[in-house]
Design a protein around this ligand. Structure first.
Ligand SMILES: [Mn+2]
Length: 387
């Protein structure tokens, strides 16, 4: 499929796109000083705290007293935060890109990697000395220093051992082999499995842009669930004529028959690549638990007019992926008639289409896009905002 590429701008100064992917991505950590020069925080501390108080926000408060750590889950009441001057605490807000348009736009810069890998942006504010202790993540992460300074100590971890009796998974005897003090605009990239310990030097704010690297077991578990769900109900187990009188002596024994029944069903499940692709696409676009969309307040005719005039943009919470055969959005596959739509692929790649795109769209494409607008999955572009 040929389309003019409209790539996200390469976000990191001081290294080329190709060099980063070849030398560092999934291989080794990289510190880039002033990778994002003149970086301005996208939201204030007060705005971050306000997000942490909202019902649908996934947030955590981590405090350390000597060697004792405490963890509280949000949402929080405004008054429940420790004093700002008190040291050694941090507030973490997960999925900030789902909550804030500016953060969602910031995340767009990191679309030089497949969306399927993208997890979210976590924003942490820490008082002096605050952090979450030495730990490892199953994620690739870009640690973007947004405000103030943070000291990172990093080191490879071969066999992680965790401190007993702590509410967080803290590495015991973590040994670092490098130490960096990050200033605003500095970026530290870490592949999965690298131990790291970030401690605020004075109050600071850090954005963690995370990319999931799921273990096969986790994906399989979800995939099997989904495939089984989509399976036509099939035959029902029957043991007609196969139960004999001996069972009365061994009623607890699992019938061999039942095992074979399941084995046969499992063999029948064997998904072709299309079913596999579609199931995976649906899984990976499924909205996170705390996400819900608000239906549009405008009528269909008004939405249609606004889209024709200015184009349309996906809601920041929408997730969209495609393969050569299917298009998936927010956990659903589009109708068969739209499975090959170029326009929908363009929307998935750019997160927006123009008014001209809209005017050239086929009626069934318009119908689907309108429906997404009505559901709040997409919105008519607001002219002059966010590019
Ligand atoms: Mn981490």
């Amino acid at each position: 499929m040929r389309r003019s590429p409209d790539k996200a701008p390469w976000p990191l100064q001081g290294i080329s796109h190709a060099h980063f992917l070849h030398r560092y991505w999934q291989r080794r950590p990289l510190l880039l000083r002033q990778a994002i020069p003149d970086f301005r925080p996208l939201l204030t501390r007060a705005e971050l705290f306000a997000l942490a108080c909202e019902e649908d926000t996934e947030s955590r408060l981590v405090q350390r007293q000597e060697d004792r750590w405490t963890l509280k889950q949000g949402p929080f009441a405004h008054r429940s935060f420790p004093a700002l001057r008190k040291g050694d605490w941090t507030l973490l807000v997960q999925g900030a890109n789902l909550l804030h348009d500016g953060v969602a736009a910031f995340l767009e810069r990191f679309r030089f990697l497949p969306d399927a890998r993208l997890d979210d942006v976590m924003i942490s504010w820490a008082s002096d000395g605050g952090g979450v202790g030495p730990h490892v993540d199953a994620y690739d992460v870009f640690l973007v220093q947004a405000e103030g300074q943070r000291r990172w100590r990093i080191g490879p971890v071969n066999v992680p051992n965790f401190e007993p009796g702590q509410p967080l998974k803290l590495l015991t005897n973590f040994e670092h082999d490098a130490e960096y003090l990050l200033d605003p605009g500095d970026v530290l990239y870490l592949p999965p499995g690298w131990g790291h310990d970030g401690v605020a030097v004075g109050a600071c704010m850090t954005y963690s842009v995370g990319f999931r690297a799921p273990p096969e077991g986790e994906l399989l578990q979800q995939l099997l669930w989904k495939l089984a769900e989509d399976l036509p109900s099939g035959q029902r187990y029957s043991d007609r004529g196969r139960v004999d009188t001996a069972v009365a002596g061994y009623p607890a024994k699992l019938p061999r028959d039942l095992v074979i029944f399941l084995q046969t069903a499992f063999a029948r499940l064997n998904p072709g690549s299309r079913a596999m692709e579609a199931a995976l696409g649906e899984l990976l676009t499924e909205p996170k638990q705390q996400v819900w969309f608000e239906a549009a307040s405008r009528k269909s005719a008004q939405l249609r007019k606004a889209c024709a005039a200015a184009g349309l943009r996906l809601d920041r919470r929408s997730r969209m992926l495609y393969t050569s055969r299917d298009v998936m959005i927010n956990g659903e596959r589009v109708a068969p008639g739209l499975a090959r739509s170029r326009l929908l692929r363009k929307l998935a790649d750019r997160h927006a289409i123009t008014g001209d795109d809209w005017k050239a769209a086929r009626p069934e494409e318009i119908q689907a896009l309108l429906q997404w607008c009505e559901q709040g999955w997409a919105h008519p572009e607001r002219k002059g905002e966010l590019e």
